[in-house]
Write a protein that binds this ligand. Structure first.
Ligand code: PGA
Length: 252
């Protein structure tokens, strides 16, 4: 019997100005604050410009706030970048690292993603490390090899279940409305658990593994009840409070 508490995380990406971002976050906080509303942990990751305002607005509620990326260094001459300590100072308790859009748009390697994860840990943040295969890799039959390589390269050896979450996001499922079959998701997550054990030992048992990629209110229940699926990382559907809360209510 798993003791892993599911996590439903919303990744707003580059969406949200002050007024709509605050309305979205406070809407979610109110909904999940109703007695017995949700059993899982809930997180939103707004753009960096809104982290402080959102964190202030939802303080005292059950809603956690996170960043979408951080720099591997704590301070320095890195124009435009944001350190993990700055995210923490702004009110974040989580940071996403290695999202496929960062790996693609900014050429982030596994080694850089691991350095960012370590920076997050040093700042006292919970880190969500994203991994996932491209469509070409899946078609070539190399999904499990890609996941193994990304775990070995991106997850710090000192990662613990209490400070690290893995998000499995097939790149071809992100924002496309396409999802793997339940059997494919289950197979990927079981493999991730096994490769995590090889990387970090017994901590792997308690570490949460989220699924991400076109999670919606209509498919969340089916995905969230699969073995080794301990929550979801949600993009598009996290931008509408009612949809995001419906996904959170689908937690088993
Ligand atoms: P999506 O994005 O839910 O819009 O597919 C997921 C993600 O990129 O985290």
């Amino acid at each position: 019997m798993s003791t892993r508490r599911p996590l439903i995380a919303g990744n707003w990406k580059m969406n949200g100005l002050k007024a709509d971002g605050l309305a979205l976050a406070t809407g979610v906080a109110q909904e999940i604050g109703k007695p017995g509303a949700v059993a899982c942990e809930i997180l939103v990751c707004p753009p960096a410009t809104l982290i402080m305002a959102v964190a202030d607005a939802v303080r005292g509620s059950a809603l956690a706030v996170g960043g979408q990326d951080c720099h591997p260094k704590p301070t320095g001459a890195h124009t435009g970048d944001i350190s993990a300590a700055m995210l923490k100072d702004a009110g974040a308790s989580y940071v996403i690292v290695g999202h496929s859009e960062r790996r693609t748009d900014h050429g982030e390697t596994d080694a850089l993603v691991q350095a960012k994860a370590t920076a997050g840990h040093h700042a006292g943040l919970n880190v969500i490390v994203c991994i996932g295969e491209t469509e070409t890799e899946r078609d070539a039959g190399s999904t499990l090899d890609v996941l193994a390589r990304q775990i070995a390269g991106s997850v710090p050896q000192q990662a613990r279940a209490a400070d690290t979450v893995i998000a499995y996001e097939p790149v071809w499922a992100i924002g496309t409305g396409r999802t793997p079959t339940s059997a494919e998701i289950a197979a990927a997550h079981a493999h991730i658990r096994e490769r995590l054990a090889a990387r970090i030992g017994a901590q792997a048992d308690a570490m949460r593994i989220l699924y991400g990629g076109s999670v919606k209110a209509s498919n969340a229940a089916e995905i969230l009840r699969l073995a080794h699926v301990d929550g979801a990382l949600v993009g598009g559907a996290s931008l509408v409070a009612a949809d995001f809360c419906a996904i959170a209510r689908s937690c088993p």
